[in-house]
Design a protein around this ligand. Structure first.
Ligand code: R5P
Length: 290
């Protein structure tokens, strides 16, 4: 029992000063519960509303592809420059130091590799995501793929149900398949389907007409980097996406396959958080590389 001696009546009630009711800084996120907002604020910088997510979940379907053969050597030195880490739970538990204190966007679907049929996945147990203190669960959705569309959309809404129970946001990851057109119409449709099914964040790809993709998606969009490009081109891609309204990047190969990954992720960060122009960011990359 607390010491009740000298229990003083409250005196500072601020009568006449209205209590502030603040909105939330992220698009479409104002009605989320406190835990969700707390996690979203760890992923997206509340000052800029943006995020540089470092994606290194590639091994979960591709194995030790270029740049992620040794996560300890190639990825861990980059962690300090990222706002959020996107990876699968095996790599998280085995190699990522919990002391890095970065929010985790946990790859939460599993079940196929590049050797078989992609996206025949199920979702992992949300309790494991909670045990790992995930700030978000990422689930692949293959809109337009006859074989796996229904399964992956049901994965998404099941993940959203589970995430709601624990206050964990879900990121819908739009897949690109051989049969899918990589244009604004397709990405706009796929992103909207993710959001309509409850995704709190959508990851998709930049394309011409991206403003429309962003405009009709009611939650924050981040873009994947895709295949490795020359550094200036990758910075231009990030710049165009941000200027079109993206809330950040979820970039992997264009960072960890760069000649100077630490320089590259810092240059990407300047584009994302400071609206730095691509040429200037490229100069920054070269200076840091030097
Ligand atoms: C895609 O599903 C993978 O999960 C990657 O995380 C994603 O594509 C981002 O990586 P990258 O920038 O290399 O495309």
């Amino acid at each position: 029992m607390a010491d009740l001696d000298d229990l003083r009546d409250g005196a500072v009630f601020g009568e006449g000063v209205a209590q502030k009711t603040e909105g939330f800084f992220l698009k479409g996120s104002n009605n989320l519960d406190w835990g969700m907002k707390d996690r979203m604020s760890r992923i997206f910088n509340p000052k800029t509303g943006k995020s540089v997510m470092l994606a290194f979940d590639h091994g979960f379907i591709m194995g030790p592809t270029s740049g992620v053969e040794r996560i300890d050597l190639s990825i861990l030195p980059l962690i300090e420059y990222a706002d959020c880490l996107m990876c699968a739970r095996g790599i998280l538990r085995s190699l990522v130091p919990p002391t890095s204190n970065k929010p985790i966007c946990l790859r939460s679907d599993a079940g196929s590799t590049i050797l078989t049929e992609l996206n025949n996945n199920v979702i992992i147990d949300v309790q494991d995501a909670a045990r790992l203190n995930a700030s978000a669960m990422a689930v692949m959705v293959s809109v337009g793929d006859e074989k796996t569309e229904a399964l992956t959309i049901s994965n998404l809404y099941n993940a959203v149900d589970a995430g709601q129970a624990y206050g964990i946001p879900v990121m819908g990851v739009t897949a690109v398949g051989k049969s899918m057109a990589r244009d604004a119409r397709y990405f706009g449709l796929a992103s909207r389907v993710c959001a309509e099914n409850g995704a709190n964040i959508v990851k998709t790809y930049y394309t011409e007409g991206f403003e429309k993709v962003v405009a009709c998606c009611p939650v924050p969009i981040v873009i994947a980097g895709g295949k490795k490009l020359p550094e200036l081109d990758a910075l231009e891609l990030a710049y165009k996406a941000i200027q079109s309204g993206a809330s950040g990047v979820d970039m992997g190969r264009n960072v960890f396959q760069s000649d100077a990954p630490a320089a590259m992720i810092q240059a990407v960060g300047a584009v994302v958080h400071q609206d730095m122009k691509p040429e200037e960011a490229f100069q920054m990359y070269n200076d840091l590389k030097g």
